[in-house]
Design a protein around this ligand. Structure first.
Ligand SMILES: NC(=O)C1=CN([C@@H]2O[C@H](COP(=O)(O)OP(=O)(O)OC[C@H]3O[C@@H](n4cnc5c(N)ncnc54)[C@H](O)[C@@H]3O)[C@@H](O)[C@H]2O)[C@@H](O)CC1
Ligand SMILES: Nc1ncnc2c1ncn2[C@@H]1O[C@H](COP(=O)(O)OP(=O)(O)O)[C@@H](O)[C@H]1O
Length: 315
């Protein structure tokens, strides 16, 4: 039976009721019968996710840098670093104000620290396999200078939260976003970046146009999260649930996305895997909890991935 796009939108538009959603990501967009809207199925994830290799070491799984946090929102930085750590990055470095160092060392001893002032030495940032910026940075960090520096390196970034706010205020910079970057806005952040929308159908059309224009992946977060790739195709994530509607959940997703980019996945694959396993971890916890915290979701991720990889459909 056909499934239509309106099923996944919180509001309706007559056009969304006419759009068929393909099940799975296999159909090539070039096929005449292919829909630009695709539902991510477990089989797709099985085809994407890689097992850890027997002869491997921390260097095999990449080094992620997360630029996050200020005095009042240091928690956002810790949550992003947690998402990255539990997402399996070989090394995670967190750039926070020094006032957060004790918290970092006591809560996440595996994570390294990079002083904020080091961020201006852009060449030294080349060693990182993934760079994420935004959760809780507020306006204290000279975010614009850091973003400009990162853009000059032409290295893809993952931008979330306050970094999206900065890009919304500086549209000239937005259109210099390095190709294959990942933007992870929720609905308010999306409209901040690209203008107000009457409904979700219109928002999705803008997302498709902008992802193509920017050559970036847009992760438009909601109950069903839409991952829009550089060709303007929309992949719909089905995992996740209302127990996850708590502050900090998006910060974990940012860190998790960075972990997958660091491990060598493409921007599109990293975004798909991060949304799928973030939601999957939340679903497994929600089977026994009315609500789940962002920290709990982060901690559940390695179990959720392992269970998924080991599960055989005939079990
Ligand atoms: N422990 C911490 O330090 C935390 C820090 N956080 C950081 O704090 C900064 C600001 O976060 P705020 O929560 O104040 O601002 P946001 O821009 O995330 O949210 C502002 C308001 O927008 C609305 N909104 C958000 N998502 C929506 C959705 N999907 N649908 C409809 N309305 C929606 C809600 O009313 C929300 O109160 C960010 O940088 C964020 O990363 C938050 O993630 C919460 C936890
Ligand atoms: N009702 C829900 N169903 C599915 N996923 C949800 C639900 N509520 C929140 N989430 C997920 O939690 C995350 C929230 O991200 P965000 O709004 O950026 O949170 P924060 O800014 O507090 O970190 C997104 O990945 C979103 O898909």
């Amino acid at each position: 039976m056909s499934v239509f796009l309106n099923t996944f939108l919180p509001d309706t538009d007559p056009l969304s009721k006419l759009q068929v959603v393909d099940r799975g990501l296999n159909k090539q967009s070039t096929e005449a019968s292919a829909s630009p809207y695709k539902l991510i199925e477990e089989e797709d994830i099985r085809g994407l996710v890689k097992r850890r290799l027997p002869f491997s070491h921390k260097g095999t799984y990449g080094h992620a840098l997360i630029i996050a946090g200020e005095i009042r929102t240091m928690g956002a930085a810790m949550l992003s670093a947690k998402g990255c750590l539990y997402g399996g990055a070989g090394l995670t470095t967190l750039s926070i104000p020094e006032s957060g160092l004790t918290a970092l060392n006591s809560t996440l001893p595996e994570v390294m620290f990079l002083e904020r002032k080091q961020l201006i030495k852009m060449k030294s940032l080349k060693k990182y396999n993934a760079v994420a910026i935004g959760p809780g940075i507020g306006k204290l960090l000279d975010g614009m200078a850091v973003l400009e520096g990162l853009f000059a390196l032409k290295r893809p970034i993952i931008a979330d939260a306050d970094a999206l706010g900065l890009l919304a205020e500086h549209q000239d910079l937005l259109y210099h976003l390095p190709k294959d970057s990942i933007l992870t806005p929720h609905v308010k952040e999306f409209d901040g970046l690209f203008g107000k929308h009457k409904n979700w159908w219109e928002r999705l059309q803008t997302a498709r146009t902008e992802a193509k224009k920017l050559g970036a992946v847009i992760v438009l977060k909601n109950q069903f999260t839409f991952i829009i790739d550089q060709q303007g195709d929309v992949m719909i994530n089905q995992t996740g649930n209302p127990a996850m509607a708590q502050g900090g959940m998006g910060d974990v997703l940012t860190g998790l996305t960075a972990a997958y980019v660091a491990q060598g996945y493409s921007a599109k694959a990293a975004a798909i895997l991060a949304c799928f396993f973030h939601g999957k971890a939340g679903d497994e916890l929600a089977a026994h909890h009315i609500n789940v915290t962002a920290s709990e979701v982060a901690r559940e991720i390695p179990k959720a991935v392992k269970r998924f990889i080991d599960f055989k459909p005939e079990d």
